[in-house]
Design a protein around this ligand. Structure first.
Ligand code: NAD
Ligand code: IPM
Ligand code: MN
Length: 345
């Protein structure tokens, strides 16, 4: 029986996780859950961010972790999110941040005259290095001579494995194109490495068409011609930014799911959105991103069919306008989930 660790976290995290677990329970009642009290409340209460033994258990004992969101205005340093979320990504070596952007109903697309098939790409975001490692430092802090450095880490191993994962996924999923995005025109050292590795790996996949766009142009092209993309592979920070843009293309951040993966080793699944303090506690957060994330988790457990059932049910609800307020509907988080449960075939 697969065991899943659940970290509801902060803000709307617990609200959307509650709804996601209703769907998980309906489709896979045999999955065993263990809840972890981690997040801003815990940190403010006893100073704990991420206990080392919990991290070790995430990596060894659980088939996956399901996380809501982390981030709380009462913890401006965001230290708990760094330790729990970035800590899991780094320490469990979850090098693939897998973020599909698929439009399920054209009416929610902010672009004019689009059909569903126009937005259907996946971003492979490097998840263990780049500008996220915290390598750097401050010198003469608080003085007029202050220096702050944030180092971008690009390793041959890290760059190669995410690019390879993108190509392999494209081939396994019948996609023809992989676009690598960097900023090699301005960042001559690290992103030159990306360019060289991309060329090398692409040569191993003659059936897949490789392309390259600087990230600024990528943002423009995603708005003008999202149909041109199947798979995008990019570094940690660019992947973060591009996937919020992608979330908007698919209808909003309340619909975007993600998986932090190290195939064969460990995984952490979470909606792309954050803790949304502006709507937390009102029961109106869109649970769909989390429900799609539960689908991704089920696929990871070998239950691809359940993921497809979830996607179809959500598509039916979107078509019927059974959605939360930010999408123009009137449903609460619970009611939107009721609708998805009722639409499951
Ligand atoms: P956010 O994603 O929390 O919110 C951005 C906007 O989208 C807000 O207006 C919010 O109301 C809306 N929104 C987000 N999720 C929604 C949902 N499910 N339904 C309806 N509307 C939704 O981003 P932010 O405001 O920049 O960040 C808030 C906090 O969350 C910060 O502390 C940030 O660091 C953190 N954060 C955490 C994660 C994560 O845990 N994976 C991801 C992003 C941001
Ligand atoms: C995300 C979030 C995180 C990130 C934050 C909370 C550190 O925005 O998962 O997209 O930047 O990776
Ligand atoms: Mn983000």
């Amino acid at each position: 029986m697969p065991k899943i660790a659940v970290v509801p976290g902060d803000g709307i995290g617990p609200e959307v996780i509650e709804q996601g677990l209703r769907v998980l329970g309906a489709l896979a009642p045999d999955v065993e859950l263990e809840h972890f009290d981690l997040g801003a409340e815990r940190y403010l209460r006893d100073g704990t961010t991420m206990p080392a033994d919990v991290m070790a258990r995430f990596g060894s004992e659980f088939a996956g972790v399901l996380l809501g969101a982390l981030g709380d205005p009462r913890v401006p340093s965001n230290v708990h999110a760094k330790d729990i979320l970035l800590g899991s990504r780094f320490q469990l070596d979850l090098y693939i941040n897998f973020r599909p952007c698929k439009l399920l109903d054209a009416r929610y697309c902010p672009l004019k005259n689009r059909v569903e098939a126009d937005v259907d790409f996946v971003v492979f975001r490097e998840n263990t290095e780049g500008l996220y490692t915290g390598v750097g430092g401050q010198f003469k802090r608080g003085t007029a001579d202050e220096i702050a450095m944030e180092q971008e880490i690009n390793t041959r191993k890290g760059v190669e494995r995410i690019i390879r994962a993108a190509f392999a996924w494209a081939r396994d999923n019948g996609r023809r194109r992989v676009c690598m995005s960097d900023k090699a025109n301005a960042m001559r050292h690290g992103h030159d490495l990306w360019q060289r590795v991309f060329k090398e790996v692409a040569a191993e996949y003659p059936d897949i068409q490789p392309s390259h766009l600087y990230v600024d142009v990528l943002c423009m092209r995603l708005v003008q011609a999202p149909q041109d993309f199947d798979v995008i592979v990019t570094n940690n920070l660019f992947g973060d930014i591009v996937t919020d843009l992608g979330a908007a293309l698919q209808g909003g951040i309340g619909l975007a799911a993600s998986g932090n993966l190290n195939p064969g080793k460990a995984a952490l699944f979470e909606p792309v959105h954050g803790s949304a303090p502006d709507i937390a506690g009102k029961g109106i957060a869109n649970p769909v991103a989390t429900i799609l994330t539960v689908g991704m988790l089920l696929a990871w457990l070998g239950r691809k069919n359940d993921e497809v059932r979830i996607q179809r049910a959500i598509q039916r609800c979107l078509r019927a306008g059974q959605v939360t307020r930010e999408l123009g509907g009137s449903l609460s988080s619970r009611e939107a989930t009721d609708a998805v449960l009722a639409a499951l075939d």
